[in-house]
Each structure stands twice: as structure tokens, then as C-alpha cells.
Design a protein around this ligand. Structure first.
Ligand code: FES
Ligand code: FES
Length: 163
């Protein structure tokens, strides 16, 4: 038997979106399967790895822990909203320049965590950034290049380079 679907209307990356979802569908699956925004990755699906991080109403949030129906009426930002066409934003560019991408699977979540954080704290130090990123698990090489990229991006943003 097919579960009933609820109507949802939300704003994603600045655009109004509408759809339907089963009550059990989490936001990550809705973004990926219903809206086609596959840049949000799903790793553990229980809130541990941070790969699925998006920004919901300005707050970095794990989209595997939030139901799609809970996002009704909310504003969601995903990795697809960072670049302008082919132009990377300063954070993305810094990751490119500093080789902060590493495995790539975790990167969208890392970028969304940092995007939300740098809006509140444009002058973080490396120690602080390691704490901020402690909810985004990287098991490939370490956080050195990721932190270096975030520090570079923060410096660019302080200079007024558009986010
Ligand atoms: S997939 Fe959501 S925290 Fe791991
Ligand atoms: S960046 Fe994905 S495991 Fe390290």
C-alpha cells in the first residue's frame, strides 16, 4: 500500500519549490530524488557524518535528520546554490586552490557547514574551524587543507569578495 503524500512548499536556493512527500521521507531524499539536487550527499543517515548538511532557515542542519514535511514553508540552501553559473564562490574557490576537496563526497556538507558559520564569524582561527568542522567527518587524509581553505575564504570574504 502506498503511503499518503503531503504537499510541501519551500524555497530552495532562492526559488520557490513545491512537491509532495511521504511523511517518512527525510529532507535529503526529497532534495535528491524529488528536486534532483543530488549535490547533497547521504552517508550515515543517522546524523553522525555531516555529509548531508544543508542550511535551513539560516542554520546548518542535517537533512537526514529532518523530515521533508518539516521543511514546509522554510528556506533551504544546498550546495547547488553556492556558485553563480560556472563561477565558484570564494569558499569553493579556496577549496579548489588549497586542495580541500579531497574525497569529494563529504565536501558539500563541509561547504554548507562553513557557509553558515562564516556568516556569523568572518574571522575564525584554525582552532575554531576545527571545532566547527568536528561534525563533518573526514576519514581520508585529515583536515589540514580544509581548514587552510576556510581561512583563505574568510580572508577573501573580509575583503568584500562576494559570497
Ligand atoms: S547522512 Fe546525515 S549526518 Fe550522515
Ligand atoms: S573529504 Fe571526504 S573523507 Fe575526507
Amino acid at each position: 500500500m502506498t503511503a499518503p503524500r503531503a504537499a510541501i512548499a519551500l524555497t530552495v536556493n532562492g526559488k520557490p519549490c513545491a512537491g509532495t512527500a511521504e511523511p517518512r521521507t527525510h529532507l535529503a531524499d526529497f532534495l535528491r530524488h524529488d528536486l534532483g539536487l543530488t549535490g547533497t550527499h547521504v552517508g550515515c543517515e543517522h546524523g553522525s557524518c555531516g555529509a548531508c548538511t544543508v542550511i535551513v532557515d539560516g542554520v546548518a542542519s542535517r537533512s537526514c535528520l529532518m523530515l521533508a514535511v518539516q521543511a514546509d514553508g522554510m528556506t533551504v540552501e544546498t550546495i547547488e546554490g553556492l556558485a553563480s553559473g560556472d563561477a565558484l564562490n570564494p569558499l569553493q574557490q579556496a577549496f579548489w586552490d588549497r586542495h580541500g576537496l579531497q574525497c569529494g563526497f563529504c565536501t558539500p556538507g563541509i561547504l554548507m557547514t562553513l557557509t553558515a558559520y562564516l556568516r556569523d564569524d568572518p574571522s575564525p582561527d584554525a582552532e575554531t574551524l576545527r571545532v566547527v568542522l568536528s561534525g563533518n567527518l573526514c576519514r581520508c587524509t585529515g583536515y589540514q587543507n580544509i581548514v587552510a581553505a576556510a581561512l583563505d575564504a574568510a580572508a577573501q570574504l573580509r575583503k568584500g569578495v562576494a559570497a
